[in-house]
Write a protein that binds this ligand. Structure first.
Ligand code: GDP
Ligand code: ZN
Length: 300
């Protein structure tokens, strides 16, 4: 008898998979890909929604018969259907550097996923300072969630923002990403061991991506996205990665279609916003990058 069910792929899966349907946990199944999928070169990614046939619960086996169309597809980390990037920074230790934060934000914006900005270690600054950061980042176009993993504050609010979506963690090291994962997914080590046993290989022996089910629903990839973002976009797109500039271009445009918002006449973006200066510096970097790429010999 053939049973068919939709599952969500939650483990790394070139050869093996775990799945769970939205909201419910299912037994771990080790799956093969149907030959038909192999023939058409259809790969299975973590985050994919798949149709599983021939489920054998006693043996914990199944076969992936179909991969549903993906809403999004990231390469680093390789995750399908992610909708949001959770960008984690610390308010102190290390102290929040607006320039470094902007670099991560621009990179995150360039993926076109939603951004949830999460500022950790709120316990290390005063409520007044927290308020100041809150307001400053609102000016930039963000609604940051201030949390303290150490003091257990703000986590409920963060979980609400992660509900019902696949989210990817990003952020520099030392800001508390691992502490956050351990807090949100208390049995994380135990789960990882269970999975490693099933796959007969260690967690770190292979490129492993896993999505963890969050307490209020939603899935979080434990593999951090980017930690040293390079800015490699098209120079004319850069302004759209700054919400405060993007807003100015929503229902209007600069005189020149290819305006880089430097000293062109009738530019709507140039002006009195805090990060305009960052925009100009990033723009130089992006232009320099584009020129290096142009100078590279064709790889033929
Ligand atoms: P990661 O590199 O981003 O994974 O950061 P870790 O989770 O390893 O945390 C870096 C350091 O920050 C550790 O010493 C944590 O104990 C500390 N830390 C994490 N969260 C908090 C917090 O909310 N408040 C304070 N004061 N320290 C924290
Ligand atoms: Zn302009």
């Amino acid at each position: 008898a053939v049973q068919a069910n939709f599952y969500q792929v939650r483990l790394d899966l070139t050869t093996a998979v775990e799945k769970s349907q939205w909201g419910e946990t299912h037994p771990l199944l080790l799956c093969t890909r149907r030959t038909r999928l192999k023939k058409i070169g259809q790969k299975v990614m973590v985050g994919d929604q798949v149709l599983i046939e021939e489920i054998d619960l006693a043996d914990g086996r199944g076969a992936i018969a179909q991969v549903l169309p993906r809403k999004t597809e990231l390469q680093r980390p390789p995750v399908a259907n992610a909708e949001q990037i959770v960008l984690v920074f610390a308010l102190e230790e290390p102290s929040l550097d607006p320039w470094q934060l902007s670099r991560f934000l621009v990179k995150a914006e360039s993926t076109s996923l939603e951004i949830c900005l999460c500022l950790n270690k709120a316990d290390l600054i005063t409520p007044h300072q927290q308020q100041q950061w809150q307001e400053r980042l609102q000016q930039w176009g963000y609604e940051p969630v201030l949390i303290s993993v150490a003091k257990n504050t703000g986590l409920e609010q963060l979980l609400k923002r992660l509900k019902g979506k696949i989210s990817i963690l990003a952020g520099p090291s030392g800001v508390g990403k691992s502490s956050l994962i351990n807090k949100l997914i208390p049995d994380v080590e135990q789960r990882v061991n269970q999975v490693s046993g099933k796959l007969q290989r260690g967690r770190h022996t292979t490129r492993h991506v896993e999505l963890f089910q969050l307490p209020l629903g939603g899935l979080l990839a434990d593999t951090p996205g980017f930690n040293q973002p390079d800015l490699d976009c098209d120079p004319t797109e850069l302004a759209f990665y700054f919400p405060e500039a993007k807003k100015r271009l929503e229902n209007a445009h600069c005189q020149f279609n290819d305006c880089l918002h430097r000293d062109e006449p009738n530019c709507l973006v140039r002006g009195d916003w805090e990060r305009y200066e960052y925009y100009l510096k990033f723009l130089e970097e992006v232009i320099a990058f584009t020129e290096t790429v142009k100078q590279l010999p064709d790889q033929e």
